[in-house]
Design a protein around this ligand. Sequence first.
Ligand SMILES: [Zn+2]
Length: 381
Amino acid sequence: MVSGEATNRAEIARRSGLARSTVGQQVDHLLDTGILEESESKRSVRGRPPRVLTISPQAGTVVVADIDTNASQIAIADLTRRILGTATLPVRIEAGPRAVLDTVAEGLRALLEHHGCDPVRVRQVVVGLPGPVDFEHGCAVQPTGMPGWDGYPVAEHLRRLFETSVIVDNDVNLMALGEAAQQRLDSPLLCVKISSGIGAGLVTADGGLYRGADGAAGDIGHIRAVGGGNTLCVCGNVGCVGALASHRAVLRGLGIPESTDEDPTFGARELARRIAEGEPTALHAVRQAATEIGEVVAMLIHMFNPRTVVLAGPLSELRDDLVSAVRAAVYQRALPLATRKLTITATRPQANSALHGGIALGAQGVFSPAGIGRLLAVGAT
Ligand SMILES: [Zn+2]
């Protein structure tokens, strides 16, 4: 229904393999509780017009928080994935999980109130974290630069506040989903986020996320870079690509502070300014970082054969300089079969792909068998 694939009872029965009577009972219940609406199709057909099922705008909301180092983005959407409102919360991740999650919950409640949405009808909470995430238990695992977050029960904290199901995922996974859904880019899609570290998310050919056995897939920042040398990484190893070519590493190399008290994105803006002015040291630093990233991306292309590679994060706002250097490294290294239909691009500034991906994942959760079970249990309270 939500994907537009099944819009009437017969179709749902056919696709789900459930008996028509079972589908009928559940649909009736969802109609009674105001989650679904049924109307006559406007399509002209002979005989009685078919009845079409749609999701009611009043059925509830999906709320999303993309938590990042210097600020968090939040969004609320209805169950048809339409965004109702967004906001940016200037809360630093180093404030610790309790402070950040309480700020996020407060911000979401304010957005819900502003848009006239009942907080009781929040059907799914989705959170993206900038570090390795144990998807099953809903917590970060030994993230760097996130004091207090290791093992902290993020899902449980928000479940208590919203009394609904909570999904916690890696932020790059959400970005990858958002890019695939919103920009209609072809999958398999590999999204590489270059920020305080470097991470990747992979959307498979059937539109799902590849998380690996433990949720650690895509933690590529600790792959050894070709020119890694003895650069010490926060993980304790030397030569990791994240320590050499992340946005943070480039800023550090140029002596630019990442943020100031007044401006959490000072570093990104200052680097963009120097690149726009053609400052040779800044251009050299970005191209060198892009070449190192390109070597790692070429290796991933050999492994996964994606149709699309999307570069994201603050460095991706320097689109031409970054993309062309990554492309050069990839085409030099990867084999023709893997690159002849490959698109390498950068995310659009202000694309908010992690929020869009979070909404897509949240809507999938609401209309999964478990989610439908929860809707049937609570009704539209
Ligand atoms: Zn490392």
